[in-house]
Design a protein around this ligand. Structure first.
Ligand code: SF4
Length: 261
């Protein structure tokens, strides 16, 4: 069976927001969701597209990288990983929607070189992909957007049934999971919404290594115009009071809570 080589739209070195330590974040192009607040709209289409750079020139976003090429890119920073406890994080887009054979080969190749592998996911990839990746991945950054399915459908364009099933699957495989909650004031920040999320997790006995609260921000919104797309909806960043209350609420069930990635 032939492996379908995915496209990558960015390789960010020395990232401190994509898991522990200093990491190389590899951004795969393509995502089945259409979150209304998406900060990386150039990540959504699987095909290449033209985006105007900050300098005003046209750039083609997305090129294919073989496993060998990505391993070479990743191993260039091994010293920094060792010193900081970092590694590589596969992100996007939605990395788990890329070819499962490719992803497994990449994770195994990095693992064999002693490089920590993290995956940043919204949980919308096939269950089989998660099962195959889990033994080769050190942690999953699991972005849960809305526990309420109608809200998830409305704001992301898809049901949360698959992400919730995959979250249960990873927990059953005893994967290390950092739950990431994107917080949009007035949409998913009220006490009941947070309580519903925590209850869903605890009722299923899902343990997480930590919870990252990610307040909405508007960084990256200029990219829509640079892609020739209409401006996205504007949401409200949670107030410090809201964040403090949510932090306390979450901490009552899961003590390791951080604000930000
Ligand atoms: S899951 Fe992430 S990449 Fe995909 S549309 Fe939502 S915010 Fe954008």
């Amino acid at each position: 069976m032939s492996v379908k080589i995915p496209r990558v739209f960015n390789i960010q070195r020395f990232s401190v927001h994509d898991g522990p330590g200093m990491r190389t974040a590899i951004f795969f192009k393509g995502c089945p969701l259409r979150c209304a607040w998406c900060h990386n709209p150039e990540s959504q289409a699987f095909d290449p597209e033209v985006m105007v750079s900050l300098e005003g020139s046209e750039e083609v976003i997305g090129r294919r990288y073989s496993v060998t090429e990505l391993v070479e890119e990743a191993t260039a920073e091994v010293l920094y990983y060792d010193q900081s406890g970092g590694g590589v994080t596969l992100t996007g887009g939605e990395p788990t929607c890329q070819d499962a054979d490719y992803l497994e080969q990449l994770a195994v190749a990095l693992q064999m070189r002693g490089i920590s592998v993290g995956i940043d996911t919204s949980g919308v990839g096939p269950a089989d992909t998660f099962s195959r990746l889990a033994p080769h991945v050190d942690f999953f950054l699991y972005d849960l957007k809305f526990i309420d399915d109608p809200a998830h459908r409305f704001w992301t364009g898809a049901s949360n049934a698959l992400p919730l099933r995959n979250l249960e699957l990873l927990a059953s495989l005893e994967s290390s999971i950092y739950l990431r909650l994107i917080l949009l004031e007035g949409l998913n920040t009220d006490r009941d919404a947070i309580e519903a999320t925590m209850t869903w997790l605890t009722e299923r006995g899902i343990g997480v290594a930590g919870v990252n609260l990610l307040p909405y921000h508007r960084f990256g919104m200029d990219k829509y115009a640079r892609l020739g797309r209409p401006a996205p909806a504007e949401f409200t960043t949670p107030t410090p009071e809201t964040l403090t209350r949510i932090r306390r609420q979450v901490e009552s069930r899961y003590p390791r809570v951080t604000i930000g990635g």
